[in-house]
Each structure stands twice: as structure tokens, then as C-alpha cells.
Design a protein. Structure first.
Lengths: 90, 151
């Protein structure tokens, strides 16, 4: 994870934060950053350091690759509908 | 054992830095460039007060934003540190370019009929360049950052 200008890092931070019912301020306090930094991360305007990425993953109790990826994440609707389609196809 | 109170600089909001820096730049331009373009006495009270007001506002911006001034360890998070470093580099380049242009102008103007500032005008221009140099990183940070994050 780098903080370079040409970001290719994708994340599902907003999704996990909303599901956990945390505000940006709450999450920022837990990982020790400015709440604005959470906004920058969620908008994909900043790539976190490895340390910050690991801290964020620890807050949500997931592996860091669940939260961050070099490839774009599948849209939530598509990932939810995929198993149903498979069940319906049986 | 006696403890000494550490000076903790204020942290202005992005909006405050934008407003103060805008006012500072306007005052410095009016007080410095104004007398060179208009038939106004640059050494007069009004122009002097205008310039000093611009410098004071620039000093406030420099102290109130973590751009040019010293930043204590832990005061900024990793994103803010990297943005500050970027802003300082840009400010350094801007000042360098201004000094380079001033030097080229000086070389071209020597022995020719090109305009050159007198002793006082040169001092005012140097002061303005210094305060702009001091303000630029804070201003860049203020315009890059969002003022209030909404959830």
C-alpha cells in the first residue's frame, strides 16, 4: 500500500464502516488518524500505509485483503445475487 | 520539579486559512504593487498599515496551519504528513521560480531602460515574497483538504 498519486488500490472501507455503524470520527479515533483521512481513503484519494491498512482491517476483524484490493471489487448487488442465481439454477 | 508549558500552536480550519490567506494576499498586493502602479505614496501611513496587515495575516496563517511551521511528532497523521511534504515542495518550487525570474529581470534591466524598483520598493517586494513563501504550503493544504467531513 502506498500513498502515491496514481492510486490503483481499491477498498470497501465505506461498506464495512456503514455495516459496523461507525462514524468516520469513531473509526479515525480507533486507528489514530484525522477523520478527514478516513474520507480520503473511502473516496480512493489516498492509499494507506501497510500499518494503517492492517489497523483498519483489525478494527473490522477481517483480513486486510478483504478490505483492500489491487483489483476493483465486485459491486455489492452482484456479489449478493450471484449465490442466489446459483441456488436457483440447481 | 517545575514543568514548562509547551507552546501549542492553534490549528485553524481550512476555511479560516483560505479566508485569512486571501485577505493577506489582497493586502500585500495593494500595499506593495499598488504604489508601483498607481500615483500613491507607498511610504505613507495607509500603504504601510496595509502592508503590515498583510504580513500579520500571513504570519497568522503560517502559525495556524501545519504548512511551513515546525510540526510536533504525532501532530499529523500519515496522510497529512505526506500532503504537507508535497505542499512544502510545491511552495519551494514556486519561490524558486519567482527568485529566478527576479534574477533574470535584474540581469536584463541592468544598463537598460527596463523598470527597476528603488530601495524601498525592493524591500517591500522581498517581504511579500517571503510571506508568500511562508503561506503557500498552508494554503495548498487548506485548498486540498475538505473543510468539514460529513458522515
Amino acid at each position: 500500500m502506498t500513498s502515491n498519486d496514481a492510486l490503483t488500490l481499491h477498498n470497501r472501507l465505506a461498506l464495512f464502516r456503514a455495516e459496523a455503524g461507525l462514524s468516520r470520527k469513531d473509526l479515525a479515533e480507533q486507528v489514530g488518524v484525522n477523520p478527514q483521512t478516513i474520507g480520503f481513503l473511502e473516496r480512493g484519494q489516498y492509499g494507506p500505509s501497510l500499518e494503517l491498512g492492517l489497523k483498519l482491517a483489525r478494527v473490522f476483524g477481517v483480513p486486510v485483503e478483504t478490505l483492500f484490493s489491487l483489483e476493483p471489487f465486485q459491486p455489492l448487488a452482484a456479489s449478493l445475487s450471484a449465490p442466489r442465481m446459483m441456488e436457483g439454477g440447481r | 520539579m517545575a514543568t514548562t508549558a509547551m507552546f501549542k500552536p492553534p490549528r485553524f480550519s481550512a476555511m479560516r486559512v483560505r479566508v485569512l490567506s486571501g485577505l493577506s494576499l489582497a493586502a500585500m498586493l495593494a500595499g506593495t504593487i499598488g504604489p508601483m502602479l498607481l500615483p500613491v505614496d507607498g511610504g505613507g501611513g495607509v500603504m504601510t498599515v496595509t502592508r503590515v496587515l498583510g504580513w500579520a495575516l500571513a504570519a497568522a496563517v503560517a502559525v495556524g496551519s501545519p504548512g511551513w511551521r515546525y510540526v510536533a511528532p504525532g501532530e499529523l497523521d500519515e496522510r497529512e504528513r505526506s500532503e504537507r511534504a508535497r505542499a512544502v515542495v510545491i511552495g519551494h518550487r514556486v519561490t524558486g521560480i519567482c527568485i529566478c525570474f527576479a534574477f533574470i529581470w535584474l540581469l536584463l534591466a541592468t544598463g537598460r531602460t527596463l523598470w527597476l524598483p528603488d530601495q524601498f520598493q525592493a524591500a517591500w517586494l522581498m517581504a511579500m515574497l517571503f510571506w508568500v513563501h511562508v503561506m503557500v504550503p498552508g494554503v495548498l493544504l487548506a485548498w486540498r483538504g475538505t473543510n468539514d467531513e460529513e458522515d
